[in-house]
Ligand binder design. Structure first.
Ligand code: SAH
Ligand code: SF4
Length: 370
């Protein structure tokens, strides 16, 4: 028996090809996209503007997959975190961060991560596998459904921005990631603008060039250190793509980027990369490159052996950058009470006992309604 095709993971071209192979016109693919991604429909029988025979064929050969929810937590500050089971004991996380003027969804692209940055709990878990397009876009679809956006029928968006800052290195899962981005940007899919989708990378230089040529969206680069000696330690991928190459790739990316700056993320770790001299060498490093800095106070996790920089140090560091004319923001720590803070994604999954205990302690435990 043939396994049914999961249509959720097919972008417009793939879905058109699939429809064509069944003797259906390309506009059928657009109809299907709208049903699945704009209306959140999963039942072919409900897709009423499709011919009955086509619907019956779909029910026989295809399915609309969804992610299996392990837990769903709402933080006191409104941040919401879902943990999804992706099989073989692996879990991934998705975090929704509501703000006054936007709602940002932080999605994962891999179970674990092979880059193994010193300060990252995902990295410490090792690499399990790449997520499929269906699993990446499934996170957005799930969030929209649970947050009630589909019912609004094209009204005000709940999820207005997507950032690839969850588990994994998106540019080491390039093919699946770019197909998911296509669905996010598609007018018949999620209709997000390229400025509202941000890929965050630890610096996979050749893939930054590919993204630039194929589908340039907003780019965030995880910098974390101003020189190769320190960055080699913090972000081991730096040994392969050192800072000079990374900076050149940033310049090239800007030629086609939807925003006229690169966002540099910089985790602030006490005593390690947070001194005035680090800020000063950063200024030399990025001279001539239009950029913004986003300082992220390190989120400690068990066994990291690292500490968050004191708030006064973060402020002084930020001031040095601001004084040189660089727009600098400091990320507020969100969702601390549910371990949704950046870098803690699924950090506790491997230790189910702790996770269960945390779930019991949870003040608000949401059970998915559908
Ligand atoms: N792999 C990609 C995207 C996921 S990580 C990347 O590295 O850019 C998203 C962001 O979270 C990165 O900037 C990363 O450096 C940061 N991060 C990871 N662990 C963290 C921690 N413990 N505290 C604060 N930020 C962390
Ligand atoms: Fe991977 Fe990003 Fe974590 Fe580094 S910071 S280990 S690249 S997820």
């Amino acid at each position: 028996m043939n396994a049914k095709v999961d249509l959720i993971g097919l972008d417009a071209d793939a879905l058109s090809a699939w429809c064509a192979a069944r003797g259906e016109k390309p506009f059928r693919a657009r109809q299907l996209l709208r049903w699945m991604h704009q209306r959140g429909e999963s039942e072919f029988a409900e897709m009423t503007d499709l011919a009955r025979v086509f619907r019956e064929g779909l029910a026989r050969d295809a399915r609309v997959g969804s992610l299996a929810v392990l837990s769903d937590h709402l933080s006191a500050d409104g941040t919401r975190k879902w943990l999804f089971d992706v099989g073989s004991g692996n879990a991934i996380e998705t975090v929704f961060i509501p703000e006054a003027d936007r709602g940002t969804l932080c999605v994962s692209t891999q179970a674990g991560c092979a880059v193994n940055c010193l300060f990252c709990s995902t990295g410490k878990q090792g690499f399990a596998r790449n997520l499929e397009t269906a699993e990446i876009i499934g996170q957005l679809r799930h969030a929209k459904r649970v947050l009630g956006e589909f019912e609004r029928g094209g009204g005000e968006r709940v999820v207005s921005n997507v950032v690839f800052m969850g588990m994994g290195e998106p540019l080491q899962n390039y093919a699946a990631t770019i197909r998911a981005i296509r669905l996010m940007l598609d007018d018949h899919g999620y209709g997000l603008s390229r400025r509202r989708v941000t890929v965050s990378t630890s610096g996979v230089v050749p893939m930054m060039d590919r993204l630039r040529d194929e589908l340039p969206v907003a780019l965030a680069v995880s910098l974390h250190a101003p020189d190769d000696a320190l960055r080699d330690e913090l972000v081991p991928l730096n040994r392969k793509y050192p800072l000079r190459e990374l900076m050149d790739a940033c310049h090239r990316y800007l030629e086609k980027a939807p925003r006229d700056f690169i966002t540099f993320e910089y985790v602030m770790i006490d005593g390690l990369n947070d001194q005035d001299r680090h800020a000063e060498s950063l200024l030399r490093l990025v001279r001539g490159l239009p950029c913004k800095f986003n300082l992220i106070p390190f989120n400690p996790f068990p066994g990291s052996g690292l500490r968050r920089s004191p708030a006064s140090r973060v402020r002084a560091f930020a001031q040095t950058l601001v004084d040189a004319g660089i727009v600098t923001t400091t990320r507020r720590t969100r969702g601390d009470d549910i371990a949704a803070a950046c870098g803690q994604l699924a950090g506790e999954v491997q230790d189910r006992t702790r996770l269960d205990e945390r779930n019991r302690r949870q003040t608000i435990r949401l059970v998915e309604e559908s």
